[in-house]
Design a protein around this ligand. Sequence first.
Ligand SMILES: *[C@@H]1O[C@H](CO)[C@@H](O)[C@H](O)[C@H]1NC(C)=O
Ligand SMILES: *[C@@H]1O[C@H](CO)[C@@H](O)[C@H](O)[C@H]1NC(C)=O
Ligand SMILES: *[C@@H]1O[C@H](CO)[C@@H](O)[C@H](O)[C@H]1NC(C)=O
Ligand SMILES: *[C@@H]1O[C@H](CO)[C@@H](O)[C@H](O)[C@H]1NC(C)=O
Ligand SMILES: *[C@@H]1O[C@H](CO)[C@@H](O)[C@H](O)[C@H]1NC(C)=O
Ligand SMILES: *[C@@H]1O[C@H](CO)[C@@H](O)[C@H](O)[C@H]1NC(C)=O
Length: 539
Amino acid sequence: MLLLELLLVFQYILGITATILLPITPTKGGVVPLPQKSETYRDFFVIRPSVFRFKVTGYSCSILDEATIRYWILISESFSYFDLEKKSQLHKKIWKENVNYLGLLDSLSVHLENDCTNDEMPHLHMNENYTIQLDQTQQVIRSSSVWGILRGLETFSQLIYKADDTYTLIVNSTKITDFPRFSHRGLLLDTARHFIPMRLILKTLDAMSFNKLNVFHWHIVDDQSFPYKSSKFPDLSDKGAYHPEAAVYNPEDVEKVISYARKRGIRVVVEFDTPGHTLSWGNGIKNILTECVGIADKFGPMDPSKPKLYQFLNDFFQEISEVFPERYVHLGGDEVPFDCWESNPNISQFMKSLNLTDYSDLEGYYINKLIDLVTKKKLNSIVWEEVFDNGVELSDSTIVHVWKGDFNTTLYKVTEARKKALLSSCWYLDHLGGVQDWINYYRCDPYDFSGSDEQKNLILGGEACMWSEAVNEYNVMSRVWPRACAAAEKLWSSITPRDNTTITPAQIENMGSRLEEHTCRMNRRGIEAEPPNWPSYCY
Ligand SMILES: *[C@@H]1O[C@H](CO)[C@@H](O)[C@H](O)[C@H]1NC(C)=O
Ligand SMILES: *[C@@H]1O[C@H](CO)[C@@H](O)[C@H](O)[C@H]1NC(C)=O
Ligand SMILES: *[C@@H]1O[C@H](CO)[C@@H](O)[C@H](O)[C@H]1NC(C)=O
Ligand SMILES: *[C@@H]1O[C@H](CO)[C@@H](O)[C@H](O)[C@H]1NC(C)=O
Ligand SMILES: *[C@@H]1O[C@H](CO)[C@@H](O)[C@H](O)[C@H]1NC(C)=O
Ligand SMILES: *[C@@H]1O[C@H](CO)[C@@H](O)[C@H](O)[C@H]1NC(C)=O
C-alpha cells in the first residue's frame, strides 16, 4: 500500500509518464460521486436479481414509479450474464457459512415523505437529499423529495457488486446521509459543430443520472448549424441545419429530451448564443446579421442597430419560453468579434446616436435589451463571462458562467459584485490530456479563489463542457465518460475543510479505484465510457 502511494506521488510529480503503469484495484460497491457521509460494515446481504423488488412505502407519483422500474431493470440486466440464479445455488453454502452474512435482501423500501404530484419539474433549488440504511433492522431509502429518491436509487444500485470467487451479488451493510455540495451540476453538449442524434442525447442523460449531474446545458445552435426546429421560424433549420430533416431536433424530439431528463431529475437549460456565434441564423432570417464591409467575412454578429432584430428575438424567445419549462435560459454572449461591427458605417452611426464609444458598450446595449426581453417572459438569464468582463450592468438574478483561464480572479470579481457564478474553465472535455487526464479535472475546484464565505455562497456550481468541433456521434460518449465523472464528483461531494481545495494523492488514489469500478459499471449499462486508468479488465 505504501509503495503504491509512493508510486502515485511520484507519478503526480513527474506529471505521468508512460513507463510507470500503476495497477489500479477497483472498489467493490464504491459510489461515484462520493456520498457526504457513509459508513460501511463488514456485514453483507445477498441479492437475487430475479427476486429482488423495491417496495414503495411512502408517497408516490409517476417519476418515482418509473424510477423504481428503471433501477430494477438496471440491477437485473447489468448482471444478467452471470446467470446468477443457477450458479448462486452452488455457492449458497459458501456465503451462508460466512459470519458476516446478514441474509437475503429480497426487497428495499423506498420511502418518500412528501407528496410528489406537485413537484413537477426539476429546478435550481430542488432538494436532492436522501439517506440509505441497510442493516439488520432496516433496509430503506428515504427522502423528503422525489429528486432525493432518484439520487438514493442511483447510489443503492452502485452499492451492489459481485462477490469474489462466487457468482453472488452482494451489498454491504451501509449507512449513508447524502446531499449535493452545489445545486447546479451540469454537462454542456454542443450539438451544432457536429450533429448529435437523439439516441445519444438520451444516452448522455442516462449517463448524467449515473453521476448525479442535474443540468443538461444544451448548446443547441452555433455558427456552423441550426438544428433546432422552430415552429414559428421553420426557415432557421430548413436553411441553417446541416440537413433540414436528418440533422434537426423536431418539436417532438425536444419534448422527449425534456421529459426524459425530468424523469432523471435533470433540468434542460437551452442555450441560444448571441450576438456572436450566429452565422447559421442568418441563412433562415434575412437582415439580422451585421454586414461586414471590406473584410473577408461577409457577415458578422447580430446587427444591434436594426429594430427588426428585437422584434424577431421577442417572437423567437416567446416560443422558447413556451417550449422549455425550465426558467433559466442561457443567452451566450461569448467571443463577439468587434471587427465586423467596426467595419459597418450604419453601426458607427447607430453608436453615435446612442453616445456609445466602445464596442463592448454596444454589446452591453444588445445584451441588456435581450435580458429585458426574456425577463418579461419570466425567464432568468445565464451569460458567458465576457458579458460581465465587458462591464455590462446585470441584474442580481443573472448568472455569470466563467469559462476562461485565470478563473480564480474572475470568480472573485463576479462574486464581489454580488453576482451568482458557475465554473467551467477547468472542465473543458475537448482539451485532451492523455491517460488518466480525469486527474486534471479532479484537481479543479470552484472554491479555489480567495473570496469570503459570502462570495463562495454565490457559486452555484459548474459544468463540464463537451464542445463538439472534434466530436460526433461516434466518439462523443467515450470522450465525455468517464472524464466528466471527475467534475461530477467535485460538484456533488464536499471538501473538508470547506476552503481547503488541495487534493491529496490519497484522494486521487481513492477516486481512481472507484472510477475503475464505475467505468465498468457504466459499460455494463451500455455507456461506451473509455478506460479511466491503466491496463485493466472489466469482469
Ligand atoms: C464491502 O465489503 C467488502 C468486504 O468487507 C470490502 O472489501 C469492500 O471494500 C466494501 N465496499 C465498500 C464500498 O466499502
Ligand atoms: C440537505 O442536507 C443539508 C446537510 O444536512 C442541509 O444543510 C440542507 O438544508 C438539506 N436540504 C433540505 C432541503 O432539507
Ligand atoms: C445601411 O443601412 C441601409 C438602410 O437600411 C441599407 O440599405 C444598407 O445596406 C446598410 N449598409 C450596411 C453595410 O449594412
Ligand atoms: C448624447 O449626448 C448628448 C450630449 O451630451 C445629449 O444631448 C444626448 O441626449 C445624448 N443622447 C443619448 C441617447 O443619450
Ligand atoms: C489566483 O491565483 C493566483 C495564483 O495562484 C494568485 O496569485 C492570486 O492571488 C489568485 N487570485 C485570487 C483573486 O484569488
Ligand atoms: C489542506 O489539505 C492539505 C492536504 O490534506 C494539507 O496538507 C494542508 O495542510 C491543508 N491546509 C489547510 C490550510 O488546512
